[in-house]
Design a protein around this ligand. Structure first.
Ligand code: AQP
Length: 334
């Protein structure tokens, strides 16, 4: 049995992008032979300022969404990162193992920091070291990620290799990325070149998993498209990112290929296509939204689920990180 680790930031309400790109795969993975550890990475979330009351609310909301999507807290370990101190302790060791040159090459930092590099938090800069600690604290060897995260996983392997070398050990295993299918990447409804994001300032850019049927229908109706009819072949959408995105979403929801969807709608305008897309999304997402709202009526119950998950997580991570601390030369903890 291997151990799978994955995380999601409680930086807003989970989107259709998070669902198709991550959460849906997590639910499928928990039915396999491997042990699954799913983490609400609130420590990653605060690398960009979060209003404290909102962070608490968003963490519960994310837990509710994951449960509503089918994460089973008996089968998988579901918890919030800050509740298990092993993450922070190992991240500090990794801050001292990773080289500045390695972090300088991280393209996600460059994208997120933009032109204002000097003004972002140091947490955002060392974010990949914390991510490496999240995974290695569990000796997890399989990590489901989007292709935008591959560079961070390579860094996590580099860190483990240097740690093992510096401390003459074979303590940290190699991580193998479980890369998600290309079709799972969902783009903004307003700009087909930008990924759908829960923290995008425009709510119209995304479908939130808690949107009701009317909101989903309205967002799809208003989604940016163009005036051309839908073509016969997928490669004819290469220069039409918004249309390509909507076709991809419909395909992912129905479990078909984008080409199969195009065969059905070739020659038609976006009106009838959008209507059917909205219908399929509502049928798929409305039950998730309803279950999420149900879980949210009991915040204490949600906290208890996360705390029970944190105890199980700590039981795995504590001895691993204690051994890493011993290898580094720290005296035993009291
Ligand atoms: N648009 C997307 N399409 C496919 N997969 C996506 N993921 C995120 N957006 C899309 C996947 O969701 C998982 C959790 O992501 P995260 O919360 O850790 O951070 P993120 O990738 O930065 O997601 P967001 O929604 O864009 O968050 P914010 O707005 O806070 O930055 C990951 O597996 C990710 O690949």
């Amino acid at each position: 049995m291997a151990r799978i680790f994955s995380g999601i930031q409680p930086t807003g309400i989970a989107t259709l992008g998070n669902y198709l790109g991550a959460i849906r795969n997590w639910v499928a993975l928990q039915d396999g032979a491997d042990e699954c550890v799913f983490c609400l990475v609130d420590m990653h979330a605060i690398t960009v300022f979060q209003e404290p009351a909102a962070l608490r609310e968003q963490t519960r909301q994310m837990a509710a969404v994951l449960l509503a999507c089918g994460i089973n807290p008996e089968r998988s370990i579901l918890f919030h990162q800050s509740a298990v101190s092993a993450h922070a302790r190992l991240a500090w060791i990794f801050n001292c193992v990773a080289r500045i040159g390695w972090l300088n090459r991280m393209t996600q930092f460059k994208d997120k920091a933009g032109k204002d590099r000097e003004a972002v938090s140091t947490g955002l800069y060392v974010y990949p070291n914390l991510m490496a600690a999240d995974i290695h604290a569990y000796h997890a060897t399989k990590v489901p990620v989007g292709d935008d995260q591959l560079q961070h996983l390579e860094l996590a392997n580099d860190i483990a290799e240097k740690f093992n070398h510096d401390f003459s050990s074979t303590f940290f295993p190699r991580i193998e990325p479980l890369v998600l299918k290309e079709s799972a990447r969902v783009m903004s409804l307003r700009d087909g070149m930008k990924k759908m994001s829960k923290s995008d300032p425009s709510d119209q850019s995304r479908i939130n998993l808690t949107d009701d049927s009317d909101m989903i229908a309205a967002k799809i109706r208003r989604a940016k498209t163009d005036s051309e009819p839908l073509p016969e072949q997928l490669d004819q959408l290469a220069e039409r990112p918004e249309a390509r995105n909507l076709i991809g979403i419909y395909a992912a929801i129905l479990g078909q290929t984008p080409q199969e969807i195009l065969h059905r709608f070739a020659g038609s305008g976006f009106g009838p296509f959008k209507e059917q897309l909205a219908e399929a999304l509502i049928a798929h997402l409305a039950p998730i939204g309803a279950r999420t709202r149900d879980y949210l009526t009991d915040p204490t119950g949600l906290d208890q689920i996360l705390q029970a998950g944190a105890r199980r997580a700590a039981a795995i991570a504590e001895p691993i990180v204690t051994e890493a601390e011993r290898l580094v030369g720290f005296l035993a903890r009291a």
